[in-house]
Ligand binder design. Sequence first.
Ligand code: IPE
Ligand code: IPE
Ligand code: MG
Length: 261
Amino acid sequence: MDLGVLRGVRLMGSKPPETKGAALPPLDATKFPGHLAVIMDGNGRWAQAHGLPRIKGHEEGARSVREVTEECAALGLGRLTLYAFSSENWKRPKNEIDFLMKLLRRYLVNERRTILENNIRFTAIGRLEALGPAVLAEMEKTRELSRRNTGMVMCLALNYGGRQEIVDAAQRLAREVAEGKRAWSAVDEAALDGAMYDPAAPPPDLLIRTGGDQRISNFLLWHLAYTELWITQKAWPDFKRPELHEALRDYATRARRFGGL
Ligand code: IPE
Ligand code: IPE
Ligand code: MG
C-alpha cells in the first residue's frame, strides 16, 4: 500500500463536508466540537435485548466505531476520544476480557486501512503496558503509520481511568520536586495539565454517553471540567451517523459560559 498516496486525500473546501451514507439535514460546521469524547456504553444490554451473547454487542459496537470515526473525520472534527476499556473493566469475567482484547487486536489490524485512508492520526491513552505485547505491537504499528497524517486525531482510551491519570501526573511532578527540578509552588494547574497522558490534547467540548446511564465512570475526570454532556438511551451498537448528527445538532445550540456571563 502506498501510504503517501493515502495521506492527505481529504481536501477541505468551502463546500459543506461530503460524508458517506444517506442524506441527512446539513450541519453548521462552525459549531462543531473541536474535541468529541464518547463513553461507548450499552453493548451488553443491546446484545441481551436481541437474544445474543454479550460479545455480539461488542462486535456490533466495533461497527459503530468505524462509522462514527469515519463520519467525524469526514466532517472535519479535530479530535475524537473513545472510551474503549476502563481500568475497572478488568473486574469482568475472563472470557469477556479475552474477547475484548481479541476484538481490539482485530480492530487495530482490520481498521488500519480505514484510518490511513481517512488521513486520521491514531493515538491511545491509559496504562497501556497492561494490554500485553500483541495488542501493544499492533497499536504501535498503527500509531507509527499514521504519525504524519494531518486530519482528525483518533484517541482510544484503553485500560484508562481518570483517577489513575491524575495519580500518574501527580507522581511525575512529585518526582521532579524530589529531584530538585521543580519548586513545590510550581505544581499548579498548568503543570498538572502538562503532565497528563496527552498534554497536547485540548479538553473535550462535547461528551456523548450512550446506553442511558448518567455518570462519568472514571473517564477524563481532569479534562471534563467544562465539557458539554449529551446522554442518549440508545446503546452504542445503535449509535451510527444519524445519532451522531443529532448530538452535534444539539451541541450547536449550547451556550457555553465557563463560569462567566
Ligand atoms: C460498553 O458496553 C463496552 C465496554 C465497557 C467495554 P458494556 O459491555 O458496558 O455494555 P452494558 O453496559 O453492560 O450494556
Ligand atoms: C464505561 O462503561 C467504560 C467504557 C465504555 C469503556 P462501564 O459499563 O464500564 O460503566 P459502568 O460500570 O456502568 O459505570
Ligand atoms: Mg456498561
